[in-house]
Design a protein around this ligand. Structure first.
Ligand code: DQA
Length: 145
């Protein structure tokens, strides 16, 4: 029996990590990020699912599935949906486990429209500005409980 199960969700445009504005988002690809997290989870005997989507509804469907499949925690970088999506907030509000919101960049140092997050109204923890390290910290926090 695994120790637990975590879902990692990446929002729109994060499939372009590594080549998309690397001065802001870094040179690691999404595959690099997911591999780091998978390795860390496997070492701790946790199940992990990593999913990226450019479609709001697909992210919401994944959150709904997590309500029913024994997922204890969701680590989510909602990307631009952070600042727009009441629907993702509502879906997360229907999920009982832990939610950690991650941003690669420090959104508070950037344009003012990035300063507000709907997801933060639900998140148990928020990490911004630490790059890939933020995902590691989120996974550590999830697996510590
Ligand atoms: C982001 C910050 C968002 O404002 C932006 O739309 C993204 C990525 C980040 O990881 O820093 O796509 O969530």
């Amino acid at each position: 029996m695994p120790q637990g199960k975590v879902l990692v969700l990446h929002g729109p445009n994060l499939n372009l990590l590594g080549s998309r504005q690397p001065e802001i988002y870094g040179y690691e690809t999404l595959e690099d990020v997911n591999n780091i997290l998978r390795e860390k989870a496997v070492m701790a005997d946790w199940d992990i699912i990593c999913l990226q989507s450019n479609h709001e509804g697909e992210l919401i469907d994944a959150i709904h599935a997590a309500r029913l499949d024994g997922t204890q925690a969701i680590i989510i970088n909602p990307a631009a949906y952070t600042h727009t999506s009441v629907a993702i907030l509502d879906a997360l509000n229907a999920f009982d486990g832990k939610v950690i919101e991650v941003h690669l960049s420090n959104v508070h140092k950037r344009e003012s429209f990035r300063h507000h997050s709907y997801v933060s109204l639900r998140a148990d923890g928020v990490i911004a500005g630490l790059g890939v390290q933020g995902y590691r910290a989120a996974l550590d926090a999830v697996m510590a409980n």
